[in-house]
Structures are given as C-alpha cells and as structure tokens.
Design a protein around this ligand. Structure first.
Ligand code: ZN
Length: 556
C-alpha cells in the first residue's frame, strides 16, 4: 500500500475536524462539566469584573490576597449553581448554551462601554427598538459573540458525559449545590470585613459579573413587572381647574423631550464651543443653568418627568399605575398629541394620541416637523404637542445629524467609541447638539410665524446626560447614586412668545432669576401645569417655575 494516493491536505483537515467533532469532548461527570463551564466564564468573560475588583480592593497585603482568592471560589461556586439547579442533563445543556450567548453579549458591553448589567439596563434591553439595537451592532461584536457565544454554545452539546443512572445524576447535583453553598459561605466568612466593604461601597462591580448579573437583574425586573398586572389606575390629579379666563387666541405648547443631551456641552450653559449657534441669538429663550435629571436612562426619566411624584418618591415599576401630566392636561380641555422619533413613550402616552414618526430605520429628528406648519394652521383650541427626540443617542452619534451639521471635525464615524479619539467622540457628540439646537430654533420659528393666531410656548428638557469616556465610562444608565454628574446634569430651556408672556402676565426678568437656581425634573410636571394655567389636586406651586413670576395676583 506504499503507493496509495494521499488525500488533499484540506480534505485531511476537514476529515480530522469532523472526526474530532464526532468524538466529542470527554468529561468525567456532570459536576466537572458545570464547574468547568463556570471556570471558563470567570476566566474569559469577566475582564471588566476583575479589573474593577482589583481597582477597588487590591492592596499589597495578605488580607487582600485572601479576599481575592475567596472571591474567585465564591463566584466560581455561585455561577456553577446557575447550571446545577436543572433537573435533567438536557435542561442543563440548554441553560449552558443560552448563558454562553448571554455572557458573550454581557462581557462585550461591560468591557467596551463600561456599562453594568443591573435591572435598569435590562429594562432598557426589553424596551429598546430595532433602530437602537442596530446602532450598537458592529462586526467586532458579531465576531465576539460568534467566538465566545455561539461556538461554546454548540460545543456544550459535544461534551460526552458518562452513563449515570438518573437518580445518581440528581444526587450528584444536589450534593454539588450543597458543596457550592458551603464554599460560598466559607469564602465570605474567611474575609468578611472585605466583603462588607466590597458589597456596600462598590455595588456596581457585582453587576458586571457575567452571566449571573444579567440573569439575576432580568429575573428581578420580570418579578416586579408581573406584580402590577391589572391593578386599577390611580388618578392623583383628580379634579382639574382652568385658572385663566378664555383668551382670544389658542395656546400651543411644545414640550420637547430631549435625548442624551448633557448640560456640560450646551453653549447656553457656558460650554466654550458653539453648540447653540441659533438658540443663543433668539430672544425670549430662558436657559435653566442647573438642572438635574430624575434618572440616567430614558426608561426612568421619561415616565418620571410626566409623573406628579418627585424623584425621591418615584418608582418606575409603579409609574404605569398612575395617571400623569398628559391626563391632567386632557382633563383641562387641551388637545394632546405625542410625536415620537425615539423608542416609544414608555407608557406615558397610553391615553393620548401618539404617532411614531420613524417607520423602519433611523430618522433625523426633523421627521417630526415636516407636517407641523400644516398642523399649526388647523389649530383652533388649546393644544400640547410632545416631541420625543432621538437627540444625541449614542454610540453612533454621527448618525444623529445630516452631513451639513458636521460642524466639528473630524467626527467619530464608528459605533465602537473605543476606536475613536476623545476629540473625535466629542466632535460627533457636539454635532448632535448643534442639530438639536437647529431643531429647537425651527420649532420656535414656527410658533413665531403662527403668533398672529396662536400664543406659543416651548419647553425643552433632556432626559439624562451622557458619559463620553471620562474615567473609561461611556453612554449612560449608571445606577443613580454612582453615576457621574455628566449623566445627571441636563439642559432645560423655555421660550415664550411675547403674546404668551402678556396673556400669562409673566415677568421675564423674574424667570431669568429663577433660571439661575438649582432645579430638577421634579419641576417639570408643575411648571407645565403652571404655564398652561391649570391646577390639579397634586399641583405644587413651589415646584412651578412660572407661577412665582406672575405680575399681580398669582405671584409671591
Ligand atoms: Zn434617554
């Protein structure tokens, strides 16, 4: 057989791989499989977790070494439990496959964007839309998920476990769970002072542990969501009164809910670059210099803005149980509509007309303005129009504005921010603000040109700020207590037509003075009611930024 033809090398390689694949991966027991998988997660999916842990807890001391060793044992055991709880091998493999994919996504976003996988992040994941997801996808992410998610998810099914009677498997897993719990308890006892500090002072770190952070946060979120099904709607606003006599012209209020605009980059708030080239030349614009947001994500801030509750009492899980600002305005006789170019109104517009202006892919915010002049022509009664912008939503800032608004160059043209310089990221982000500036100026111009027939008022406020890489943190959504101020300080401004100011008897100088004081999203509900000259049962004059500025009566 010396003259036998050798097969082509590629065939050999393919045949070998196939043979290898068919042979599977031998594994001595279920327990070895489970701890092996858990070890892989700790070593290859948790760079951010270990990086943050070392930054928070490492000192060159024996105590520190003991802590880190026990933390390794603790996290290894706890994540193993995620696989041990299943009653059959089939379910255990299904769980392992899914968790590999989840861990692959989680580790990518934790490492690349510094995000953490808490309940709020899971809420964002559930409430997102295809455009938002599309903006995050990139070839590197796909490669990462294929190598670290899909490949191991398939290999899980090639692991050859020994034949063990079913009862024996169950007994093994039960013992392993007890063992894992014992190791966890011993670990915590061995270094309890360090754990106390780790859990109390460095809370966000544990939300980067993949895949358990994603699983636990999602379970927590689903538990509270299930809780509130079919609870009756509570109407805190109750009876509503109009405070003003009938005016000759209808009032039109534009409420513009911005997206991801941070106060630090607003020229009106003192930023050195020209990000408000148009608004800074418009008379009647009042900028509120020190405004704090209610949350660091759209899913919290938007319902909070329209809720009567202050941030301290607001619970996003409960928000859907209450009527909100829009309901009180409708009761007061206002015509109301919600225009959306974002990922929906988060339940706020449940009982009013709402229009999704972007069908399909990404749209610029001006999509909400095309039919606006015609709409204004037809207005014959008091009207509130809410505009929910796409604003400065990242990471693809460069996709938020048309080419002619690329004022600052070079702009980062990738959704992988870590591949751009800080300057390029800032340029792209600032361009989004220039575009928002233009949008607001156009909206004001439309109200101005309708001034002979309508009294116009515009209030703009952003839902939360943004991190642009400061201390390695990007985007937004950090837990409020730990979030940098950049994610919480937002721009807010008000513009009123001369005829509105006369009608409402407002003292413009007084409002300018109020605008220097620290305010927050808490003021929005009451200020909008105040500006509309409406009172409901929860209206609070102290949180109304216009009531104190009425000439004669009303004011203080
Ligand atoms: Zn947002």
């Amino acid at each position: 057989m010396l003259t036998q033809h050798l097969p082509a090398p590629s065939v050999t390689l393919y045949a070998r791989l196939r043979e290898r694949w068919n042979a599977g991966i031998p594994c001595p027991s279920d327990i070895a499989f489970v701890f092996g998988v858990s070890l892989l997660w700790l070593l290859f999916y948790n760079a951010r977790f270990w990086q943050l842990t070392l930054a928070a807890m490492w000192h060159p001391s024996v105590g520190s070494v003991v802590f880190l060793t026990t933390l390794f044992a603790l996290t290894l055991s706890l994540q193993a439990i995620l696989l041990l709880i299943w009653p059959t091998r089939l379910l255990m493999r299904v769980a392992a496959s899914l968790l590999f994919v989840i861990a692959a996504f989680g580790s990518y976003f934790c490492s690349e964007y510094g995000v953490i996988m808490n309940k709020e992040m899971m809420r964002n994941v559930l409430q997102t839309d295809t455009a938002e997801v599309g903006a995050l996808l990139n070839p590197e992410l796909w490669l990462h998920v294929t190598l670290f998610g899909l490949l191991p998810a398939m290999l899980v099914w090639r692991v050859r476990l020994p034949r063990t009677p079913y009862k024996g498997q169950l007994r093994q897993r039960a013992l392993a769970i007890l063992g894992a719990l014992a190791i966890s308890l011993l670990s915590v006892f061995a270094s309890s002072a360090n754990y106390a500090s780790f859990f109390r002072e460095h809370k966000p770190v544990r939300f980067t542990l993949s895949p358990s952070a994603e699983v636990i946060s999602m379970a927590g979120l689903l538990a509270v969501t299930k809780d509130k099904t079919n609870a009756p709607l509570i109407d805190p606003g109750g009876r509503v009164e109009r405070m003003a006599a009938a005016a000759p012209k209808p009032l039109v209020m534009f409420l513009v809910i911005g997206e991801t605009a941070r106060a630090a980059n607003f020229q009106l708030g003192g930023y050195s670059r020209e990000t408000n080239p148009e608004l800074s030349h418009i008379a009647g614009v009042t900028y509120f210099w020190n405004t704090t947001s209610c949350g660091t994500s759209t899913a919290i801030s938007v319902p909070c803005l329209f809720s009567h509750l202050p941030r301290s009492d607001f619970k996003v899980d409960q928000a859907g149980r209450y009527t909100n600002l829009l309901d009180s305005l409708v009761k007061a006789g206002f015509d109301l509509e919600w225009r959306d170019n974002n990922s929906g109104c988060k339940g706020v517009c449940a009982r009013v007309a709402s229009f999704d202006y972007c069908k399909g892919s990404d749209c610029f915010d001006d999509v909400m303005l095309a039919d606006l002049p015609a709409r204004l022509e037809k207005i014959t009664r008091d009207t509130v129009i809410v505009f929910h912008q796409k604003g400065s939503h990242g990471p693809a800032y460069f996709e938020r504005y048309p080419a002619e608004f690329e004022k600052f160059q070079p702009a980062c043209r990738s959704n992988q921010l870590q591949h751009c310089t800080t300057q390029e990221i800032t340029n792209a982000y600032d361009n989004t603000l220039v575009y928002t500036d233009h949008m607001l100026a156009r909206q004001i111009a439309m109200l101005q040109s309708a001034a002979p027939r309508l009294d116009g008022l515009l209030i703009y406020v952003s839902d939360h700020g943004e991190s642009l890489g400061e201390n390695g943190i990007y985007l937004h959504g950090m837990p409020y207590a730990f979030a940098p101020a950049l994610q919480k300080q937002v721009p807010m401004l008000m513009w009123m037509s001369e005829s509105y100011a006369r009608r409402a008897r407002l003292n413009a100088g007084c409002i300018q003075t109020e605008a220097a004081l620290p305010v927050s999203h808490d003021f929005f509900y009451h200020t909008v009611l105040g500006a509309a000259e409406v009172r409901d049962q929860v209206y609070d004059r102290h949180l109304d930024l216009v009531s104190g500025c009425r000439k004669g009566g009303g004011g203080e």
